[in-house]
Design a binder for this molecule. Sequence first.
Ligand SMILES: NC(=O)c1ccc[n+]([C@@H]2O[C@H](COP(=O)([O-])OP(=O)(O)OC[C@H]3O[C@@H](n4cnc5c(N)ncnc54)[C@H](O)[C@@H]3O)[C@@H](O)[C@H]2O)c1
Length: 373
Amino acid sequence: MKTLRVALPSASYPIHIGANILDRELPTLVAESASELVVVVTNETVQRLYPDRIATALASLGLRVETVTVPDGERYKTLQSLATVYDRLMAVGANRKTAIVAFGGGVVGDMAGYAAATFMRGVPLIQVPTTLLAQVDSSVGGKTGVNHPLGKNAIGAFKQPQGVVIDLVFLATLPDRELRAGSFELIKHGLIGDDALFAYLEDHRERLATREEEFWEEAVYRSCRVKVGVVEADERERDVRAILNFGHSLAHLIETHTGYDAYLHGEAVGVGMLFAGYVSREWERLSADAYDRLRALLMPLAVQITLPPLSEQQFAELLMHDKKAAGGTLRFVLLRAVGEACIREKTAPGELWPLFQRFLAEFPGTLRISDGQ
Ligand SMILES: NC(=O)c1ccc[n+]([C@@H]2O[C@H](COP(=O)([O-])OP(=O)(O)OC[C@H]3O[C@@H](n4cnc5c(N)ncnc54)[C@H](O)[C@@H]3O)[C@@H](O)[C@H]2O)c1
């Protein structure tokens, strides 16, 4: 097992990473939170695969453990689902000392985290992420929230947990597609902050499709270390935390323009990173060698993405996340080298459009625009 410590002005807590560590590490964290009641927030899929897994892990503490199960899927990351969590918390007599355990992927983690941030103005939270994406990304850093029909993650709060237990055994049941989608965020952490992590992934690229715990322990540990470093430097995303959005401008466009259900977030980020690397070569003089490395690792994992017809005006609006900002600019994240990101403030979508056209022509097998037929 490996442990990272997050040290923020507001909170300090451990992230434990390893296989078969839940039964040992979860009770310790819950005992430290001095809770008498634990409420597990999970979803139907995780509940079916791992029934009462959290209660079993906590059995030695002799606490009351209740569970609230939400439906599975991003489309249920809503205020309505959250209301069922609050209802359950009230019904079981939860109070300010009740600890919430988020047991699931990023959707469950974000929702349970927001419930923990707001219920009784804040109760202890422990994250037990079960997807690769949640293990390397969403369970770390304290961002929580739900979607609004007009905006993804539009309602949210920062809520740092008491601790995170990343048990790699949960990857055993994760569908291959989800595993690959999570790999993109892991590769992103290498690209923006750790050349050695990127090199490690290059050296072990064939293991990205496996469930080998030794490989994942090292990769997830190094990936979390990058994210923790960025969050420690800028918890509230005032400046440098924005580098975590590498690849996300085009990913956001892809997700919004395809209605969120055609491709997984990580898949969109994979293509977004290829594009951001392409732009970096033009604008930041990312070396040919670095660009080739990025392309060689990402291309075999990338899925073919097809977008509906897209005008330059739509391109601009979707890139900026906000229709009202049309005519404005965005912060575009670029690479100077493998392991070193930078932010280009005030990037006009009009500057990116010609590069986007060239990118489409060069990577037709990765991203294409349908002719609308
Ligand atoms: N808070 C943050 O900083 C942050 C960062 C990145 C992403 N996110 C959010 O994370 C969410 C995406 O997370 P995700 O990719 O984990 O999606 P998800 O939570 O929808 O999980 C993906 C699928 O895997 C299933 N699943 C979970 N664990 C499993 C397991 N061990 N075995 C088999 N199936 C399992 C889920 O039920 C779901 O069907 C998005 O809502 C995104 O906004 C948040």
